[in-house]
Each structure stands twice: as structure tokens, then as C-alpha cells.
Design a protein around this ligand. Structure first.
Ligand SMILES: Cc1ncc(COP(=O)(O)O)c(C=O)c1O
Length: 428
């Protein structure tokens, strides 16, 4: 049923039918709510959609690579959706992974990624990366101190090295006047590129990640022009241009009701890449690390209405999952919601709350059918990217996760037991 499939979202009836059916199957298996269901199928669709736009602009998106063509390579942004069966599915397709922490590097190795298929990003890696003696990694350096500390290892282990640049298009999303903490300034980057070249390492890549939910392709265009200037100043012709993630999520609204990807066209984006690539003679590959765009729609969160209150003209649905435990993104995003069973009829102002003792625990606020009842299930869509990594254990344990591989549903992670929740303390 469509409680919040308002016109501004767009409809995608096939996706709504898919998730209604899959959530129903998970409930029929007796899965206790709250739980997430994740699936590779929506992610495969997004990859195909992006590749169609890139191929239209003349890029190669898979093997074999045609001579003279620039190849686009998608790295799985591990932090965005660190779900073990997703990593396995991605690896089985021969695709590589991008990691930003010691745990994520362990996870990538545990899931069978070869070092040559692993890209290291993120700040302050010199405090842990030296513990791994891995040959052939791709490593994007993030600061002068990190570079100085890791340079001997980069030489010894034949890493494919890159430098992350902090362009003026990258800023603190909460204060556009201030920069983020990532990467090298232009001056530092020129010095770093010269230092790496002089040291004789395999210097191949220049990289950036601007921010999330980038509103238009022109933002990438301006950033790429800055990167080209830095490369010229350093007399560096990169083989790989790593443009990070940042493509906006689909089917998601801002709190004010604006469609996040309303002004973003994939064709325009691919065209910007094609024309900007001319500024990089000798370029062989463009690397993309999209999280939100690829995986937002690859999961849903299912909760049960436990209690209902009506006060001061507002109906409040208290559920067993919500923002605090399962969906921090609801702070800055509105998502589509469905109910099981389908409920229709007159709508009233309604707030959906989670079970924690925080007024902050508000999954959604919008008109919803008055017929919604205790025991009904709510399905919060687009619960792929940045839901599982931002879970909490606030008064409750972690939710169960199921995986849908196209053939059927499989348990991927059990709901956290009390023994696991409390047993982590010393002396237990
Ligand atoms: C280096 C890097 N690459 C890729 C991503 C994925 O970003 P998004 O989910 O906006 O595509 C991030 C997110 O923070 C990042 O820091």
C-alpha cells in the first residue's frame, strides 16, 4: 500500500511491488521486527543505468577494454553498506572494493578480494595500514604526514599510489564556507605529486570525493578543472582519475520536500566526464566510488506499530524500530513508506516514532491513513546506504538482516541477543 508514495517521489511500481512481496516473505518466515532486507537486484539496476550513460558518452565500462577508450571502474564503497553477502556478490562479478579503515580492509580480505582489487582511502591510514604487508594495493594518500610515513612501504610493496585533492567544491555540508578535513590543498598536492614521482613509486592516480548528494554535473566539472590545473603544475599525467562518490540518491526528498536528484542527469554527468577527460592526456581509467546512488535502494527497514497515541491533533505511531536505532538518515531525508496490510482511507497528521526514550526518535512526519493499526508493519524504503553503518544499540540490540539474492531470502545476520549485547563487558 502507498502511504507515502506522493507524486513528488515518482512511483516505480515494480520496485514497490518487489519490496512489498519480499518484506511479506520475510515476515512469513517469522523474522522478528525490526529487520532490514537487502538485495543486490536494485543495485545491479543502478550500475547498469550508470553504465548505459557512461557508454553513451564513449567510455568502456567492462572488459575487454577497447584500445584508445577510457574505462570507467566502479569500486564498492564498503563503508556505505558493509553487508557481507553484498561484498561477496560484488566480488563474484569481478569488481573491486574501496575501504577506509582497518576493519573494512580485514572485511575485504575475509571476503576474498585480492589486494590488487582493494583501494585505500580515508584519513590517518599511517596509524594502522603498516600492519598489513600487502603487495599491489591501491592507496590514495590523504595528508603530507601520511605520505611521509607510508612512502617506504609504498615502494617496498609496489602500491599503486594516488593523491587525494581537496578542491574548492568540497566543503563542510553544514557550513559551506569551511573546508572538509580530507585530502591535500592544491599547493600540498603539487609538492606531494613531485615527491612521489622523485621517489620512484608507482604514481598513477589523482583523486577527490566532493561530498554527498551532489546536485548537478557542473559541480564535478568545476572540480575536474581544478584537478587538471594541479596535475599540470606538478607535470603529472595520471593514468587514473578517481572522482569518488557523490551521485545523489534516487526516490529521496529533503525535509523541505525537494527531490534530491531533481536537477541531476546521468547523461549530463557522463558528458561532463567525457569533455573533462580531455584535460588529462594519457588517462586510462575513471574510478567511481558511489555509495548512495548505487545502494540506497538496495534495502528496506521493516518495523511493527506497537502503540498509538492521539494528542493535540497529532497521531503518533510508536514502532519497534526507527531513527535512533535504524535510520539516522531520517534526520535529513524523507523516504517512501508502505504498510502491510495495505491501509487506505482518510489521512491525518501522523508521526512515526521508534521505541527509544528520545523525542529525536522520529522516522517520519506526514499525513497517513487513520486506519493504520497496532500490529501493522511499516516498510521504510531506500534503507540501503548509510543505515546499517549508522545503527545504534540504544536500549535495544541490533536488528536482523536478510539477504535476497534474486532466488530467495537468506538470513544474513541474526537479531542481537541479550547475551551478545551484555556479554561484551569484561567479567561477563
Ligand atoms: C572517499 C569516499 N568515496 C566515496 C564515498 C561515497 O559517497 P556517496 O555515498 O555520497 O556516493 C565517500 C563517502 O563519504 C567517501 O568518503
Amino acid at each position: 500500500m502507498k502511504i507515502s508514495v506522493k507524486p513528488e517521489f515518482g512511483h516505480e511500481p515494480a520496485a514497490l511491488a518487489f519490496w512489498t512481496r519480499v518484506a511479506g516473505e520475510a515476515l512469513a518466515l517469522g523474522t522478528p521486527t525490526p529487520f532490514y532486507v537487502c538485495s543486490a537486484l536494485p543495485m545491479a539496476e543502478r550500475v547498469a543505468e550508470l553504465n548505459t550513460a557512461l557508454a553513451y558518452a564513449g567510455f568502456d565500462c567492462g572488459e575487454p577494454r577497447r584500445p584508445g577508450r577510457i574505462c570507467c571502474r566502479h569500486w564498492l564503497s564498503c563503508k556505505t553498506q558493509p553487508v557481507a553477502p553484498l561484498l561477496r556478490w560484488w566480488r563474484e562479478q569481478g569488481r573491486p572494493i574501496e575501504v577506509v579503515s582497518e576493519f573494512e580492509l580485514h572485511a575485504a580480505l575475509a571476503e576474498g578480494f585480492a589486494p590488487e582489487a582493494i583501494l585505500l582511502n580515508g584519513p590517518a591510514k599511517h596509524h594502522w595500514l603498516a600492519r598489513f604487508e600487502l603487495r599491489g594495493l591501491s592507496v590514495n594518500f590523504d595528508s603530507p604526514a601520511e605520505l611521509a610515513a607510508l612512502l617506504p612501504l609504498a615502494l617496498k610493496l609496489d602500491w599503486r599510489c594516488g593523491v587525494r585533492l581537496n578542491t574548492s567544491e568540497e566543503f563542510d555540508p553544514e557550513n559551506a564556507l569551511l573546508p572538509t578535513q580530507f585530502g591535500f590543498t592544491a599547493g600540498e598536492a603539487v609538492a606531494a605529486l613531485k615527491q612521489l614521482a622523485a621517489a620512484g613509486v608507482r604514481l598513477e592516480t589523482v583523486s577527490f570525493h566532493l561530498r554527498s548528494n551532489i546536485p548537478s554535473a557542473q559541480v564535478y566539472e568545476r572540480a575536474l578543472a581544478e584537478v587538471a590545473e594541479v596535475c599540470q603544475a606538478a607535470a603529472f599525467a595520471p593514468l587514473n582519475l578517481d572522482i569518488g562518490g557523490g551521485l545523489p540518491a534516487r526516490q529521496v526528498l529533503t525535509p523541505g520536500g525537494k527531490v534530491l536528484d531533481g536537477e541531476f542527469g546521468l547523461r549530463a554527468f557522463a558528458e561532463v566526464l567525457r569533455s573533462s577527460a580531455r584535460q588529462f592526456p594519457g588517462l586510462r581509467e575513471i574510478w567511481l566510488e558511489n555509495g548512495r546512488f548505487l545502494s540506497s535502494s538496495s534495502g528496506v527497514l521493516v518495523v511493527t506499530i506497537l502503540d498509538i497515541k492521539e494528542r493535540r491533533g497529532l497521531r503518533q505511531l510508536i514502532c519497534d524500530g526507527g531513527r535512533t536505532l535504524n535510520a539516522l538518515t531520517s534526520l535529513w531525508e524523507q523516504h517512501r513508506m508502505l504498510s502491510l496490510p495495505e491501509r487506505t482511507g482518510p489521512e491525518v497528521p501522523t508521526t512515526v516514532h521508534g521505541p527509544t526514550c528520545m523525542a529525536f526518535d522520529r522516522l517520519a512526519r506526514m499525513p497517513m491513513p487513520h486506519s493504520l493499526s497496532v500490529g501493522d508493519r511499516l516498510i521504510w524504503l531506500e534503507a540501503g546506504a548509510y543505515h546499517l553503518p549508522w545503527e545504534t544499540r540504544f536500549s535495544h540490540g541490533h536488528a536482523a538482516v536478510l539477504w535476497h539474492d534474486g532466488g530467495g531470502l537468506h538470513p544474513a545476520r541474526s537479531r542481537q541477543s541479550f547475551e551478545n549485547y551484555w556479554g561484551q563487558w569484561a567479567g561477563k
